[in-house]
Design a protein around this ligand. Structure first.
Ligand SMILES: *Cc1c(COP(=O)(O)O)cnc(C)c1O
Length: 388
């Protein structure tokens, strides 16, 4: 069946009948009549429910749904996207190991890799992600992980997963893909060679800006069990209520993504033709540097994108103060359209050279397009641009 159907039909059976929606098991512990199954649940992910740091039925319903949609064997839901990233990296790496990573990654991921390198002696080599030969040359006998993102922030850069993953697999290296910006509706990285797929559930999967969460999906049972054991120690588990809200959000994921993409296409087109806008950097545009690679394995482009205001830094400041319907806020993937002026907010501490290295110019605006009516969004952007 199609993702639209599978996302809606999530069940948590009880004897003789099935609740139509997934119950919220807001409980830390489970009681037993005899001790056998209790001990069992503390030693493997598929034993009895014992204690919610190990497993919880509501969290499990979320994990099984996302694992199914991504084409994985199992998933681990966590308290945030960073929780999933840290749990997977700490669960699979040890001192002396080596990681190959795409150079444009989420800021929190880059900070984690820096930390692993500085404090735990795990070296990282950064690559563009466009060239299998570059990955082959970076591999050492200690390389354990190739870390990529489907669509990266803020440039919309896409690594060539279908051609890089086989190079990693041939060398026994685990390929991890953060697919937060694509979602399983637009890309299923496991089909293209990924071993582990990570999402910040906080974004499109939750979809309503009311949940902080993460999830890691595994293509094989062995890595799943290794990371599960570590996650239990790390304590990075998802809370049942956050999982319950996410299951509710997931039911409309396919509908929301279609609307996000429709709106993004309209707004990218509007901005490209606007005299106050110097450049639009959207992966969906035929002239984007990653467009051709992306087309080989990503089905559509609904993710946040960037545009540069001709008026530079001051225009960026005026624009973010000028929007009315569109909100000034971090994050993405919710129902509301959000903008950010990185040079004066998220990247304020960088000088002009460092900004350039991060592909951000003084007049860059990031926009995460929501599911409102596109004409209302365009009207608001138009009035804000006229003042910038
Ligand atoms: C937001 C985000 C994260 C971190 O997720 P949190 O839920 O904020 O911890 C990781 N990767 C990407 C691509 C993100 O956008």
């Amino acid at each position: 069946m199609h993702p639209e159907t599978r996302l809606v039909h999530v069940h948590a059976p009880v004897p003789a009948s099935t609740p139509l929606s997934v119950p919220l098991y807001q409980t830390s512990s489970f009681a037993f009549d005899d001790p056998g199954p209790l001990a069992d649940g503390l030693h493997r992910p598929d034993g009895s429910y014992v204690y919610s740091r190990f497993a919880n039925p509501t969290v499990r319903a979320l994990e099984e749904t996302v694992a199914d949609i991504e084409g994985g064997v199992a998933a681990i839901a966590t308290g945030s996207g960073m929780g999933a990233i840290s749990t997977v990296l700490h669960g699979l790496l040890r001192t002396g190991d080596h990681v190959i990573a795409q150079h444009t990654l989420y800021g929190g991921t880059l900070a984690t890799l820096r930390d692993l390198s500085d404090r735990f002696g795990i070296d990282v080599t950064y690559v563009t992600g466009h060239d299998p030969e570059e990955v082959r040359e970076a591999i050492t006998p200690r390389t354990r992980i190739l870390y990529l993102e489907t669509v990266a922030n803020p440039t919309g850069h896409v690594s060539d997963l279908p051609n890089l993953a086989p190079v990693a697999r041939a060398a026994g290296i685990t390929t991890i893909v953060d697919s937060t910006f694509a979602t399983p509706i637009l890309c299923r990285p496991i089909e293209h060679g990924a071993d582990i797929v990570i999402h910040s559930v906080t974004k499109f999967l939750g979809g309503h800006s009311d949940v902080t969460g993460g999830i890691a999906v595994f293509a094989d049972d062995e890595r799943y069990r290794t990371v599960w054991g570590h996650g239990v120690e790390f304590g990075s588990v998802a809370d049942p209520f956050a999982a319950w809200l996410t299951i509710r959000g997931l039911q409309t994921l396919a509908l929301r993504m279609a609307r996000h993409e429709e709106n993004v296409t309209r707004i990218a087109g509007f901005l490209s033709g606007h005299p106050a806008v110097e450049r639009v950097l959207w992966t969906g545009a035929a002239d984007h540097p990653s467009h051709a690679i992306a087309r080989t394995f990503v089905r559509g482009f609904a993710a946040p994108f960037c545009f540069d205001l001709a008026g530079g830094y001051d225009a960026g400041l005026r624009f973010q103060q000028g929007v009315r319907l569109v909100r000034l806020a971090p994050s993405l993937g919710g129902t509301q359209t959000l903008v950010l002026h990185p040079a004066s907010s998220s990247h304020r501490q960088l000088d002009e050279k460092q900004l350039r290295e991060a592909s951000i110019s003084p007049g860059t605006i990031r926009i995460a397009v929501g599911i409102e009516h596109p004409e209302d969004l365009i009207a608001d952007l138009d009035q804000a641009l006229s003042g910038s």
